[in-house]
Design a protein around this ligand. Structure first.
Ligand code: ZN
Length: 299
């Protein structure tokens, strides 16, 4: 599932290719993509529009037009945005939902096996700060996202830190994979209450989040299942995941076997030694600790 680094990779590839280009044709082959909007209205709102900027907010990819209107795309589970120098050949995109054609002959396809992805127009004159408020929170790579700010966002929250970090209204763009990786980097157990970390732990977590996102962007995102970048290539971050999907493997830091559990309905991976569970503090490090944590989660 594409998270911030995957969407940012696509954005960075589309920006130089689409900026200044005008949309000359739009075909929506799956009306669900633009629902509840009408397909004809959606298409006619786009044709003739010149792309002023390609941006990202959280996991949303945004094409900003000269008119001030914005096309928002969300890839959800399996969405793929693919730029080509020419039109897509027949069958090039197996789960095609829409094609956007540009004045230089280039095209962008939206393919999506599971069809959870969405596309919609944000009308000109919409205040974007207001538009995202309450839905999309702090951008973790922006300057304002300090350790102090992270602590402030988590203050008073009793939910697990993993669950709080997945809440897009607090911190934007993090998903299951990068939250697991950031918590490991920070030596923080995923079930710790979000508001009860120490100052030092919030600092480590803020650094861990930014570090893992930057490494992932440099690697072009992670292609675990269906993700491909904006040019149809696989990312390389999957080889650099340290705990996520590594159940049963030795921790790359200490050799303890990586544990897996379910937190907030999401498969969650951690090192029982590097990320101790405070509620299991009396249990010696070893095979009993992860089992105890698992029972604690399901019960
Ligand atoms: Zn470890």
């Amino acid at each position: 599932m594409p998270e911030l680094p995957e969407v940012e990779t696509i954005r960075a590839q589309l920006a130089p290719r689409l900026t200044g280009r005008t949309i000359t044709a739009v075909a929506v082959t799956d009306p669900l993509l633009v629902a509840p909007a009408d397909v004809d209205e959606f298409c006619s709102a786009l044709i003739g529009r010149a792309v002023r900027r390609v941006r990202r907010r959280g996991k949303y990819l945004l094409l900003e037009f000269d008119s001030g209107a914005v096309l928002a795309l969300h890839l959800r589970m399996t969405g793929r945005v693919h730029w080509r120098a020419g039109p897509p050949s027949d069958g090039a995109e197996r789960f095609l939902r829409a094609v956007f054609g540009f004045d230089d002959g280039s095209s962008v396809t939206f393919g999506d096996a599971r069809r959870f992805g969405r596309a919609w127009m944000i009308p000109a004159g919409t205040g974007l700060r207001e538009y995202w408020r309450g839905r999309v929170g702090d951008e973790p790579l922006e300057d304002g996202f300090t350790a102090r700010r992270l602590a402030e966002l988590m203050r008073g929250r009793r939910v697990a830190i993993k669950t709080a970090l997945l809440n897009q209204a607090l911190v934007a763009g993090l998903g299951n994979m990068y939250v697991d990786e950031a918590l490991f980097a920070a030596h923080v157990h995923p079930l710790r209450p979000a508001g009860e970390l120490s100052e030092r732990e919030y600092r480590a977590l803020q650094r861990g989040i930014r570090d893992r996102l930057r490494v992932a962007i440099a690697a072009g995102g992670a292609s675990i299942d269906t993700y491909r970048d904006g040019l149809g290539e696989r990312g390389q971050m999957q080889a650099q995941l340290r705990v996520h999907l590594h159940e049963g493997d030795p921790c790359p830091r200490c050799g303890t076997i990586i544990a897996k559990s379910v937190v907030g309905q999401r498969g969650t991976y951690w090192c029982p030694a590097c990320q101790p569970d405070p509620t299991g503090a009396a249990v010696p490090v070893g095979s009993r600790r992860p089992r105890r944590v698992r029972e604690g989660v399901s019960g």
